[in-house]
Design a protein around this ligand. Structure first.
Ligand code: ADP
Ligand code: MG
Length: 145
């Protein structure tokens, strides 16, 4: 375990520029999350939870302030490095899931492993996680719909 936070927001603001004027969705937010820490972000609708999650998932960039991942400033990373970080380090479950409708449940779970290793999963990892949430082989063959 490293001595620095795994995820750190430093004085992060996010301003949306609208025709009606600027709207500040995140107003100088600082937050540190340690390895193995479990954090819930709560607040009323429109309070900026999704805006903050988009920052933490490196799906959006702050208007000002910094996002550090394992001590590394995301702003100084190349696009490819950010892509690898999203692929290898960050697990992100969207409210709308965004499962790939053409793929089976098994293939949806296996897909990030294929992106990473450029081959089908031979380690059994995809099966293991499906089994851990109660999926048997028949269910794993179903497509999302
Ligand atoms: N892409 C956007 N463009 C303009 N305003 C936005 C955008 N996304 C969110 N907002 C505004 O920012 C505020 C926070 O939204 P959001 O982060 O979705 O809140 P929450 O997830 O807590 O409901 C809301 O007022 C919302 O209308
Ligand atoms: Mg939301």
């Amino acid at each position: 375990m490293s001595d620095r936070p795994l995820i750190q927001l430093v004085d992060v603001s996010k301003v949306y520029h609208l025709e009606s004027g600027d709207f500040t969705a995140l107003d100088h937010v600082s937050l540190s999350i340690e390895e193995n820490e479990f954090v819930a972000i709560m607040g009323p609708s429109g309070s900026g939870k999704s805006t903050m999650m988009n920052q933490l998932g490196i799906l959006d960039v702050p208007t000002s302030g910094q996002l550090l991942m394992d001590g590394k400033n995301v702003a100084t990373m190349t696009n490819l490095e950010r892509t690898h970080m999203r692929r290898d380090i960050i697990g992100y479950i969207f409210q709308k899931f965004y499962l790939i409708l053409l793929l089976s449940a098994y293939e949806n779970v296996e897909y990030p492993l294929i992106l990473r290793h450029k081959q089908r999963d031979t380690t059994g990892k995809a099966w293991a996680v499906l089994k851990s949430v109660g999926f048997d082989e028949a269910m794993s063959a179903h497509r999302p719909n």
